[in-house]
Design a protein around this ligand. Structure first.
Ligand SMILES: [Zn+2]
Ligand SMILES: [Zn+2]
Length: 318
């Protein structure tokens, strides 16, 4: 953390403290400065690992329901600060590296059994020496992006794209802005699972406490239509078309004390999957995997498959 970040961070913590104090003094009376959202939830920015977060500042944004709301503007590098990124693919069939979510088999280790299964479907992802064909260069990864975004046919991709590859580019540090409402409020029409795509214009569905974006489930069919796979590393992450490292699963990334793994773009926290922080079994989740429990207020639970099933609250228009 450099001094500037440290200062912003301390200011935001101070702001939270003042807000909590004012809220306590005011009880449930109306806060004239905050008319657009609940005041019962406040993100705990002290939980963020600032190593790969460039800055956290407060801004006012237009929200998805047209209102205006106070948000944290979190500038991220998309580089995991607390674990290795990758490896994603085995180099040969004697190894088991990475996990892919096959539409038929579910979450599957990428090993000889799975690669041979793909070969039986007519793929050619392993060469005659047992080496896995890996897409690792920036140029080839850009071809993968072009064919997927352009919705090419397999024939087009065979001629001009990249097929039969285990896709594993190297992530690049960047600067991406993420907005999270400071005072979450539920939307009149929640956004249910967007089905494998990040809603237009948004940087993901949520941000993990280490500053990495959390995505909806990957578009497996689209990727595999070119006889490619893009496995996750052991943390559930891989690299996006902008060379941004992001998670599709939330394996072992939660705060060990709070059990929070991050905040959705509507400001509600996401907890680990099996139990509440107090150890009680999770029950009664809505279509977005959210509910209200105890003193936690509304929150989501990651279920090992989906990080959230959508967004229940309003979110900032970027
Ligand atoms: Zn992805
Ligand atoms: Zn819960």
């Amino acid at each position: 953390m450099n001094n500037k970040n440290c200062k912003n961070f301390q200011i935001s913590r101070l702001a939270i403290g003042i807000f909590v104090l004012i809220s306590a003094l005011a009880g449930c009376s109306k806060d004239s400065n905050i008319t657009t959202a609940s005041t019962t939830q406040v993100i705990d920015t002290s939980l963020f690992n600032m190593t790969s977060i460039i800055s956290i500042n407060e801004v006012t944004k237009t929200m998805s329901d047209g209102s205006s709301g106070v948000c944290y503007a979190i500038k991220i590098k998309s580089i995991a600060p607390d674990h290795a990124m990758g490896p994603y693919c085995p180099t040969n069939t004697s190894q088991s590296v990475g996990v892919w979510v096959d539409p038929t088999l579910g979450a599957t280790a990428v090993d000889a059994t799975y690669l041979n299964y793909l070969e039986t479907k007519g793929w050619d992802i392993v060469d005659n020496n047992g080496n896995v064909r890996i897409c690792s260069t920036d140029a080839d990864f850009q071809k993968v992006a072009t064919q997927e975004v352009g919705n090419w046919t397999l024939a087009q991709a065979t001629a001009n794209g990249v097929i039969n590859r285990c896709v594993a580019p190297t992530p690049k540090e960047q600067s991406t802005m993420v907005y999270i409402p400071k005072f979450p409020k539920k939307a009149s029409s929640p956004m249910n699972n967007p089905g494998g795509v990040v809603p237009a214009g948004l940087p993901g569905l949520a941000i993990a406490l280490n500053g990495i974006m959390l995505f909806p489930p990957e578009p497996t069919d689209r990727i595999m239509s070119y006889q490619n796979i893009a496995p996750f590393d052991e943390k559930g992450g891989h690299v996006g078309f902008g060379f941004d490292y992001h998670y599709h699963r939330a394996w072992n990334i939660s705060n060990t004390t709070t059990k929070i793994l991050g905040y959705a773009l509507d400001g509600y926290p996401i907890y680990t999957n099996a139990t509440e922080p107090d150890g009680t079994a999770v029950s009664g989740l809505d279509a977005r995997q959210g509910h209200t429990y105890g003193t936690l207020g509304y929150h989501y639970h990651e279920n090992g498959n989906y990080i959230t099933g959508g967004l229940t609250g309003v979110y900032a228009i970027p």
